[in-house]
Design a binder for this molecule. Structure first.
Ligand SMILES: Nc1ncnc2c1ncn2[C@@H]1O[C@H](COP(=O)(O)OP(=O)(O)OP(=O)(O)O)[C@@H](O)[C@H]1O
Ligand SMILES: [Mg+2]
Length: 51
């Protein structure tokens, strides 16, 4: 098997607004050709995870 390069890769992703950490250290790897979903309640940081 050959190693593939991920379509998306993030380590320790942070998005902060005036000291408020909307996204606080997210690690993720999305392989090409796959479907990846982010689930969570309102305000959890799903939209701010977008790279
Ligand atoms: N431009 C901004 N300035 C300040 N705070 C923000 C800003 N955008 C988002 N936030 C805050 O960051 C946090 C995460 O917001 P985000 O929009 O990522 O949530 P979400 O999971 O996408 O919510 P929803 O399900 O309602 O779409 C929330 O506390 C929100 O109030
Ligand atoms: Mg959103």
């Amino acid at each position: 098997m050959t190693a593939s390069t991920p379509a998306v890769s993030a380590e320790g992703l942070v998005k902060a607004f005036a000291g408020h950490r909307a996204v606080d250290g997210v690690d993720l790897v999305v392989e090409a050709g796959t479907v990846f979903g982010v689930l969570g309640p309102n305000g959890a940081g799903k939209t701010r995870c977008h790279l």
